[in-house]
Design a protein around this ligand. Structure first.
Ligand code: PLP
Length: 448
């Protein structure tokens, strides 16, 4: 790639490139951070700043940036079969192998996969799969999908409708037949209730909504195991067992959106494994290829797959790049590394506990209301007053200040409102976790 001065890059960037989720005018005045290189757990700017990437890119480079076996698998596949589709009765070895492999790492009742290119397309696919399932079951009234407030499920119109962030809905509006219920965000909304009581109350909100809508009209409930982009909202222990009971009681399909928490981040292959829930569909993307190729998909449980594979005619849905050979090759190589290097066990038994212990030390900071961690993900919740849990103004200034201080201290943390989010590669060493916590503390000190 041609090298330019940062100023020249920024000028061309501002002139020609509209970035996702960005205030274009604001970015043009500030200038983008131009990332030109990555190695291990670090990214480098065009000016040579070396930053520890506490976000694994966008929650996707779970094995860090240096994985030559994935690069080679993609290159080999490109030389062998750079493209072919899986429409019109065709298939190819990389997609077939990957489908088998995904069945082996996902819950035992998940044995089928439908490929997409992204998490958003996965959720569009979910909508169609759910609709089709109930139509084939001769219950066509089951149309409504229940999601949660503050959820993020992607950015196509359908996926954004499933999401529970109203500022995203403002861009287009919301599709019909999608309802939202309360999230289990104890720190912000728990009031005087204990975490356990609040977890049960948040689950009860789902049951109330099902009854209000009429069981005969409710098709599915979709949720992330932990709300990720919403601020790493780790639910109280009581939440998921209650939710699963309610879904079983009313025979509502459960969609676990594992775009962030699939592939090891919680110390299990999937977040549903961690919480013991039994989804009918799992939406995945991101870390399946270590972020090196765009690939997503929906794992389909046997209960749904058996109906879809019955005599129902064509499922009229799919994408030109569904199961792209190079992306499948990247995913196969990623899963192989995860298995060979016991990444999931390491997160559960070594890195996760160490990360949690070190992160907890930040709880004493005067700006910190709560530190939440699970496996290799965490949030630092910023507050104005520790004792009363009084929050900063809702304009996100405190988070933005802390994020900028973090960058100044050579660490990428993401600010979601007043939550500082950390989801580093699952390949960090203990020393790098120490480095991360030291830099996060320096950022908090600077922002305070
Ligand atoms: N679902 C969840 C839970 C996500 O976090 C995201 C993206 O962050 C998506 C869906 C959308 O994925 P994509 O950006 O690949 O479309």
């Amino acid at each position: 790639m041609t090298q330019h001065s940062t100023k020249d890059f920024q000028a061309a960037d501002a002139q020609h490139y509209l970035h996702p989720f960005t205030d274009f005018k604001d970015l043009a005045s500030k200038g983008s951070r131009i990332i030109t290189k990555a190695e291990g757990a670090y990214i480098y700017t065009n000016d040579g700043q070396k930053l520890l990437d506490g976000m694994s890119g966008l929650w996707c480079c779970n094995l860090g940036y240096t994985q030559p076996a994935i690069n080679k698998a993609v290159a080999d596949q490109m030389n062998e079969l750079p493209y072919y589709n899986s429409f019109f009765q065709c298939s190819h070895p990389a997609a077939i192998e990957l489908s088998k492999e995904l069945a082996s790492v996902s819950p035992a009742h998940m044995n089928n996969v439908f490929y997409t290119n992204s998490g958003s397309e996965g959720n569009d696919t979910v909508l169609r799969l759910v609709r089709r399932y109930w139509d084939l079951k001769k219950q066509p009234n089951k149309r409504v999908i229940i999601s949660r407030e503050n959820a993020y499920h992607g950015s196509t119109v359908a996926a954004a409708s499933l999401g529970g962030m109203s500022y995203v809905h403002n861009q287009f509006g919301k599709l019909p037949n999608i309802e939202h219920v309360a999230q289990p965000y104890w720190f912000k909304e728990g009031g005087e209730l204990s975490r356990e009581e609040f977890g049960v109350q948040a689950a009860k909100a789902l049951e109330d909504k099902i009854l209000e809508l009429g069981v005969e009209n409710v098709a599915a409930f979709i949720a992330e195991p932990i709300q990720g982009a919403g601020g790493v909202i780790i639910p109280p222990e009581t939440y998921w067992p209650e939710v699963q009971k309610i879904l079983n009681k009313y025979d509502i399909l459960f969609v676990s959106d594992e775009v962030i928490f699939g592939f090891g981040r919680t110390g299990k292959w999937f977040g549903c494994d961690y919480y013991g829930t039994k989804p009918d569909l799992i939406n995945f993307a991101k870390a399946v290829t270590n972020g090196f190729q765009p690939l997503g998909g929906v794992m389909i449980g046997d209960k749904v797959a058996d109906v879809l594979k019955s005599d129902g005619g064509e499922f009229a849905h799919g994408f030109t790049y569904s199961g792209h050979p190079a992306a499948c090759a990247a995913a196969l190589a990623t899963i192989k590394i995860m298995k060979d290097e016991n990444i999931v066990d390491k997160v559960a038994n070594d890195l996760g506990p160490y990360f949690g212990k070190r992160m907890a030390e930040l709880s004493d900071h005067p700006m910190v209301g709560e530190v939440r961690t699970l496996g290799m993900v965490g949030a630092i919740e910023l507050v104005k007053n520790k004792e009363t849990r009084e929050r900063y103004d809702s304009d996100g200034t405190a988070g933005a200040t802390c994020r900028d201080a973090s960058i100044a201290n050579d660490l990428v943390m993401r600010a979601t409102g007043d939550n500082m989010i950390i989801a580093p590669p699952l390949t960090l060493t203990h020393e790098q976790i120490d480095e991360l916590v030291t830099k996060a503390k320096a950022a908090l000190d600077q922002a305070y």
